[in-house]
Design a protein around this ligand. Structure first.
Ligand code: SAM
Length: 277
């Protein structure tokens, strides 16, 4: 379904909205592309679709056209007028929250099921994702655009160059899929890098582990990525007991961090906690 709103370029020109780099503004004006992202998010007809950074509202329009009830959080007050016009074209479907998404607990917005769909501002994208993951099961899914290098880290399997802390903290809690790439040319203004859309689906039964400990273990292991675990894990296993920690969990102490599965990192985190208890 397409709406009867004027073309995005005309709307942006009429409102004089110039992209502000400090807010990570790179606008998608091709409504075929925004429709593709909206469709990738699955069935939007129930619950609440939360969009971060609607900007001039290209993706917002596509989400609304798919029948979503959208709560959109935008920091830039200059977008207010454009977004109000979109809300008027879709009565009762769009609520706009003006504010900083880093300061808003989106896990309680609107009715469940909740999903987040966003072309994220690159400067805060990873930080936002890690916050949402603290309450991952409050969400049905996340369909997010990141710069390709970050999308690769989120979805990387073990034993690859991109595999690291972000892969483990995400894959521990969610199934991750890399969906499709978007060329810099599709954006106004074009960013320096390619972008990629990923979908994360929270797992109903993630492996039990304490987040803080898992964060410490992965930070320690990947902080010295090239070193063997018996050395790189010393920070979390005082008294030089890193080797014992590995042996207790069936992990080879001479292995390097990037070869370990998410399950093995969870086992290490649980062993660290068991030692403290
Ligand atoms: N969704 C639009 C699109 O696809 O064309 C704009 C995407 S642009 C990459 C990122 C948007 O996030 C901008 O509109 C920017 O103002 C907004 N933004 C940046 N930081 C934000 C924050 N902390 N909270 C909410 N919105 C933010």
């Amino acid at each position: 379904m397409t709406d009867t709103l004027p073309p995005l370029r005309d709307v942006i020109a009429r409102h004089g909205l110039l992209a502000d780099k400090s807010l990570g503004q790179h606008f998608l004006l091709d409504l075929n592309l925004t429709a593709r992202i909206a469709r990738a998010a699955g069935d939007l007809s129930t619950g609440t679709t939360i969009e971060i950074g609607p900007g001039p509202g290209g993706l917002t329009r596509s989400l609304l056209a798919e029948g979503a009830k959208v709560i959109a959080i935008e920091k830039d007050a200059r977008c207010r007028g454009i977004l109000a016009e979109i809300a008027a074209a879709y009565p009762g479907q769009l609520d706009i929250v003006e504010g900083d998404a880093l300061k808003i607990d989106v896990a309680t917005l609107g009715d469940a099921p909740r999903r987040v769909v966003a072309n994220l501002p690159y400067n805060v994208g990873t930080e936002l994702l890690l916050r949402w993951l603290e309450n991952a099961r409050a969400f049905e899914s996340f369909t997010l655009m990141f710069q390709t290098e970050v999308a690769a880290r989120i979805t990387a399997p073990a034993d690859t160059g991109a595999y690291g802390r972000l892969s483990i903290m995400t894959q521990w809690l969610c199934e991750t899929e890399l969906l499709f790439h978007i060329s810099p040319k599709a954006f106004t203004p074009p960013p320096q890098v390619q972008s990629t859309v990923v979908r994360l689906t929270p797992r109903p039964d993630p492996i039990p582990a304490r987040r803080e400990t898992l964060e410490r273990v992965t930070a320690s292991a990947f902080g010295q990525r090239r070193k063997m675990l018996r050395q790189s894990l010393r920070a979390v296993a005082p008294n030089a007991d890193a080797e014992g920690l590995c042996r207790a969990t069936g992990v080879d102490p001479t292995a390097r961090a990037e070869t370990l599965s998410v399950e093995q990192f969870c086992a290490l985190a649980n062993a660290v906690d068991a030692k403290k208890a």
